[in-house]
Design a protein around this ligand. Structure first.
Ligand code: ZN
Length: 231
């Protein structure tokens, strides 16, 4: 079963989750559903509160289906050791359309239970270390934006954009849901449908692409540029 992703603003994302105490078939099914929901949303990590279930449970697959061995279940995870510093843009399925650089420890040791309740410990660096921290934060009711400057956080809070929907994106990391498409789609949307849409070009050193964003209702124009909302 694919669960819808709970979005920023829902209180379940900002309260500490309850420990997982029963490792039964229902939990296995939930874990399977979480992987499915995560892949559907094009994510590499998903915590149970993000599907509205306040349990200390998260799934991670930073290879996005490429390596079945990379599928990780984190039940009742604890960060036991961290080292160094690393800054990378970070996003969250619950805060779509935003990515912000976040400085976190580079190397992280986590202790968690697997789907059968067996404890394990893993030390990983960079992307996976970041996923450990990001997902554990979720289970403590903390979102990644708590690690960025108050100014930027405020901008994100004020400009939550449920009224804007990404319709098509090419090469854009921040677009979710990512409907792979190309320029003609953008042109079609503007010309044939005459909808109030905009194309945002972006370039961030590594890649170039575009997002087509449908403006469905009351986009607050004026105080922010679309680019600043989006990237
Ligand atoms: Zn997240």
């Amino acid at each position: 079963m694919i669960y819808p992703i709970v979005k920023f603003g829902n209180p379940v994302l900002e309260k500490p989750a309850e420990a997982v105490t029963v490792f039964d078939d229902a939990l296995k099914k939930l874990v399977e559903d979480m992987f499915e929901s995560m892949y559907e949303a094009h994510g590499v990590g998903l915590a149970a509160p993000q599907i509205g279930i306040s349990k200390r449970l998260a799934v991670i697959d930073v290879t996005f289906k490429e390596d079945p061995e990379a599928k990780l279940v984190l039940a009742n995870p604890e960060i036991v050791h961290t080292e160094g510093k690393h800054t990378q843009p970070e996003g969250c399925l619950s805060i779509p359309e935003f990515r912000e650089p976040v400085t976190r420890p580079r190397k992280v040791t986590i202790r968690a239970q697997d789907v059968n309740g067996e404890w394990y410990e893993k030390t990983r660096e960079e992307l996976l270390a970041r996923a450990f921290l990001h997902e554990t934060d979720h289970l403590n009711g903390k979102l990644y934006i708590s690690h960025i400057s108050a100014l930027k956080r405020d901008l994100i809070k004020r400009s939550r954009v449920p009224n804007m929907k990404v319709l098509a994106a090419k090469g854009c990391e921040c677009a979710r849901p990512r409907l792979e498409s190309t320029q003609p789609v953008a042109n079609f949307l503007r010309r044939a449908l005459k909808i109030d849409s905009a194309i945002f070009f972006f370039q961030d050193g590594r890649q170039r692409g575009f997002c087509v964003v449908l403006r469905t209702r009351s986009y607050r124009a004026g105080n922010q540029s679309p680019q600043s909302l989006h990237h």
